[in-house]
Design a protein around this ligand. Structure first.
Ligand SMILES: Cc1ncc(COP(=O)(O)O)c(C=O)c1O
Length: 383
C-alpha cells in the first residue's frame, strides 16, 4: 500500500515553550550574550556532570577553540576519523595543523582505536574522535593512548548528547568536548555549540577567546555600570552565543530526557524489526558500557544498490540520508593532504552500504512501522 504521508528524515522538536522563551528574550531587548547564556552553561554543565561549559556559536567554533586552547598550531598533526562531517577536519585546518585520518571500526563506524598508535608521529599533538550517530567511542582506550603519548583528547560530541560511557556522560570524560546545537541535533538552538571541560586552565581562556579576547563581555560591563572600559587579554574570535539561542537551549535541555526516550524507543523498534531482514545490518546496540544518543539510525545494506534503495524510499515519501562520504574521497582533502581512494577501506566499504533512516522525536510508532514495511517490500522485490 502506498504511503501518502511524508516522513521527514529529521525535524527539530519545538513547541510553545521555546517560542515563549525566545519571545521573552526579544521583549527584554537584551538579545546577545547575557544572563540566559550563563544559565544555559550552568544547566548544561550540571546535566553532564562536568565542571565547565562554555557556550559558542557552533560545534565547528567549539572544535576550533578547543584546538587553540590546547596549543595546537601549524605543522602539528591531529589524529581523527575520515568518517565524519567535514567540520571535524576543517577545524584542524583552521589552526594550521594536519588532519591525520585513521580508519574506522566496521561495526561502530567510530575510529578504530587499535590503529591509532601506528599513526602517531613526533608531530602528533591531539586525538579528535567522533561519536558517530551517538554511539560512544572506546573512551578508555582513547584516554590510555592519549596519556601514554602525551596527547590532548578532544572529542567531537556533535551527535553525542546524551550518550554515556561507563556511567559518565560524553562531554565529561575527554580533555575537551565539542557539542553541536545545529537544527537537526538532539538538542538544538538553530545554530550553536558548547565546549565542556573539567580543566580550569582551559575554561578560563576559552571564555575570553570566544568573544574577541575581551576580559569582560557587554553583560558583565553593563552589570558593573561600566559600559565602555575593557582590556583585551588574549587572542580573540567572534564565537559567542546569543541569549536568544540560550533561551531555546534551556527549553531543549528540559526536554532532553523525554526526546531521548522517544528516540530510544523508535530505535528499539527498528532494531527488533529490521533484524528480521538478513540483507540489512542494524547499528551496534548499546550495552552496559555505552548508552547510545541515537542521533542517527544508520543501517548497512548488503544487497542491491544503496542509491536505488534511498530512491525507492523517497518515492514512498520517506526521506533518508547517507552518513558519511568519507573525507579522503573529497577533492579538497586529496589535493591538500594527498589522500586517495583506497586509503581507508573500512570507511569506504561502509559508505557504499549505509543509509540513515528517519529518526527524531516528532515521529510516531506508526511512521516507524511504515518505514519498516516499505523496506520489507523493497527487499522482497529483490529476492
Ligand atoms: C560530526 C560533526 N561534527 C561537527 C559538526 C559541526 O556542527 P556545527 O554545524 O554546529 O558547527 C557536525 C554538524 O553536523 C557534525 O555532524
Amino acid at each position: 500500500m502506498a504511503n501518502n504521508r511524508f516522513i521527514p528524515f529529521s525535524r527539530p522538536w519545538i513547541d510553545d515553550t521555546e517560542i515563549e522563551a525566545v519571545s521573552q528574550v526579544l521583549a527584554s531587548k537584551w538579545i546577545s550574550t547575557g544572563n540566559r547564556v550563563r544559565e544555559f552553561e550552568r544547566a548544561f554543565a550540571e546535566y553532564l556532570g562536568v565542571k565547565h561549559a562554555i557556550a559558542v556559536s557552533s560545534c565547528t567554533a567549539a572544535l576550533h577553540l578547543s584546538l587553540v586552547v590546547a596549543g595546537i598550531g601549524s605543522d602539528d598533526e591531529v589524529i581523527t576519523t575520515p568518517y565524519t562531517f567535514t567540520a571535524t577536519a576543517e577545524a584542524i585546518r583552521y589552526v594550521g595543523a594536519k588532519p591525520v585520518f585513521v580508519d574506522i571500526h566496521p561495526d561502530t563506524l567510530n575510529i578504530d582505536t587499535s590503529k591509532i598508535e601506528q599513526a602517531i608521529t613526533p608531530r602528533t599533538k591531539a586525538i579528535l574522535p567522533v561519536h558517530i550517530a551517538g554511539i560512544p567511542c572506546d573512551m578508555n582506550a582513547l584516554q590510555d593512548i592519549s596519556q601514554r603519548h602525551n596527547l590532548t583528547l578532544i572529542d567531537d560530541a556533535a551527535h553525542a548528547i546524551p550518550a554515556e560511557y561507563r556511567g559518565q556522560h560524553i562531554g565529561s570524560i575527554g580533555d575537551l568536548s565539542a557539542f553541536s546545537f545545529y537544527a537537526n541535533k538532539n538538542l538544538t538552538t538553530g545554530e550553536g555549540g558548547m565546549i565542556t571541560t573539567n580543566n580550569d586552565a582551559f575554561a578560563e581562556p576559552l571564555r575570553t577567546m570566544r568573544l574577541h579576547g575581551i576580559d569582560k563581555d557587554a553583560w558583565a560591563r553593563q552589570s558593573q555600570r561600566n559600559i565602555w572600559h575593557y582590556d583585551i587579554t588574549t587572542e580573540g574570535y567572534k564565537y559567542n552565543m546569543t541569549d536568544i539561542q540560550a533561551a531555546m537551549g534551556l527549553c531543549q535541555l528540559m526536554k532532553l530526557n523525554k526526546q531521548h526516550e522517544r528516540r530510544r524507543n523508535f530505535a528499539q523498534i527498528y532494531q527488533t524489526e529490521l533484524a528480521k531482514f538478513p540483507q540489512i545490518s542494524t547499528p551496534v546496540a548499546p550495552d552496559n558500557a555505552r548508552e547510545h544518543a541515537w542521533h542517527l539510525y544508520i543501517i548497512q545494506l548488503h544487497t542491491g544498490n544503496r542509491d536505488e534503495f534511498v530512491e525507492a524510499l523517497r518515492e514512498a515519501n520517506i526521506e533518508c540520508s547517507v552518513h558519511y562520504i568519507p573525507l579522503h574521497l573529497f577533492n579538497f582533502y586529496q589535493e591538500r593532504y594527498g589522500y586517495g581512494v583506497g586509503d581507508f577501506r573500512c570507511a569506504e566499504a561502509a559508505f557504499e552500504r549505509v543509509v540513515s533512516l528517519p529518526l527524531h522525536p516528532g515521529l510516531t510508532e506508526d511512521e516507524i512501522h511504515i518505514v519498516i514495511n516499505t523496506i520489507g517490500n523493497f527487499l522482497s522485490q529483490m529476492d
